[in-house]
Design a binder for this molecule. Sequence first.
Ligand code: MIC
Ligand code: SF4
Length: 647
Amino acid sequence: MGKNVTQKIISNHLVSGEETLGSEVALRIDQTITQDATGTMAYLQFEAMGVPRVKTDLSVSYVDHNTLQYGGFENADDHRYLQTVASKYGVHFSRPGNGILHQVHLERFGKPGGTLLGSDSHTPTQGGLGMMAMGAGGLDVAVAMGGGAFNITYPKVTLVKLTGKLQPWVSAKDVILELLRIMTVKGGVGKVIEYGGEGVDCLTVPERATITNMGAELGATTSVFPSDDKTLEFLKAQQREEDWIELKADADATYDEEIVIDLDTLEPMIAQPHMPDVVCKVSEVAGLKVDQVCVGSCTNSSYQDLMTVAETFNCCGDKVSTGLDMTISPGSKQVLNMIARSGGLSTLIEAGCRILESSCGPCIGNGQSPPSGGVSLRTFNRNFIGRSGTKNASVYLVSPEVAVASAIKGVITDPRTLGDYPNIEMPTEFRVDDSMILAPSTAAESDSVEIRRGPNIAPLPIAEALPDTLGGSVLIKLGDNITTDDITPAGTWLKYRSNVPKYSESVFAQINSTFHEEAQAAGGGFVIGGDNYGQGSSREHAALCPMYLGIKAVVAKSFARIHKDNLVNFGILPLTFANSADYDAIDASDELEFSGLAEALRNGNETIKVTNKTKGTEIALEHGYTQRQIDTLLAGGKLNYTKSQAA
Ligand code: MIC
Ligand code: SF4
């Protein structure tokens, strides 16, 4: 039987496991990427593993998140640590200013048919090149750098069939917003989203990458496009033709599910506050006054995106409305340089845009927090409450076309009302200059490279082996779709990513500012969640910091994939209600006890019982762990487990 693109890549990288739906497979990882906000932990963990050099084909460490943090040495120390540790262990280092990891990796390194593991949830961006690229916690990436396989549940493959052709002023962002409307933020869990159909032909690689990037918001394992002539065109334009292979689904390939999106009739779409799946047509909310427009992020900061914005100002001879602020963050140095040379940058400056660095910037809450109660339109991928830094702001997610139309008019505007579409083509030649990517030391030189650590780099906390009895109280009870930004916020906290004791003060701080003190005073305890607990970012801090505070288990209706893996990696038990109605049978402050826990896991029991001592009831929980996850939990997390395996 024929195979689809996903199945082909999995087969070519299979280390162990059965290629059947739902079984755990271990995959060989060709490349890894990290960014500074998750990278310091990944490299501290890599160091703790004691492997002398990375064993991947290519590993790259990017600095793009905390590039401009105000008030202290922390970020600069982190950057210095990252640069030295990369050089020592054989990792390429992309300097601050070179751009956002996903954009730069697409330009310079991603390879069709390969596998990539990244400590960032938007790693699937490289699916735009036909790569199987997955987000994971830093520890999983560290293990992959050490040559270890990455485990996934053999996914369902959903075919998203694109028919027709994008119409003027409608772009790739609208495709993924429409898919989010259809599938919701948990619709992709356990699935790979594979794109096909004739509509694929009208999309350039950067456009495809916008779509696969935001597949992260569906909760999908990853998203992937075929590798075709368009892929070859892009790689040629990046002077990397030799990286191309053709990769297409066989004619008789089958899929577990099929969704059709008709590009001919697709309209400009918008995600409303405060979730990426609260999507409607722009025309339905047109006219709403806007206070801020931000263009950029790993979703929409390519040359084509920014030139579309510039040319729209140009054609209409217009400026940014006096009622709002507009910022532009180019995705990479290459993009910034090219819009500068083509005159686009000057158009943007003349129009009144504020030009920011090539980095994540406002997307991760570094600057540009909207005014109180303000409306912010962003070409980004996440609009979770508070992520912008202003809790009562309303953040909308849109395409660059909608962003510029609204910036000109001062209110949310359907760009189709503007006139002729500029229709920017992908360049046939990009300006290639890798001088901001530093090659590592050679193996022979590596001994003489000194790793430099500042005081912000705190030692790694390590979990303890799982005891047989776990007791304590419910420290917090939460609803559905709790994000990792709710658990460990970014913004002003970001500079403590290498300092777990300090960063742990942020845990659930947006919900209860004294949570960390209460947790520590109680000697730890439990968290209760609803559906899709831990969605959003891959930050393992959302497990590591709760572990540091003594959280022993999270009981929820369901979990997001990366976060569930991160909990296991740090020795916290993710458990689900056998009967979701039992969510109502546990309240905050209830005393819970698990007895015979380790024993039950060792014996392969599929159900675990927890006693609610306050209510005098017993509740059945499920875990769905694989043997590897059980061994990891029993050992007290992945670092302990990996070390014991190596020994
Ligand atoms: C994000 O978009 O939330 C981040 C910051 O890029 C994260 C990683 C992180 O928390 O450091 C992600 O998406 O994984
Ligand atoms: Fe950076 Fe935002 Fe992309 Fe995360 S989503 S990698 S913060 S640009």
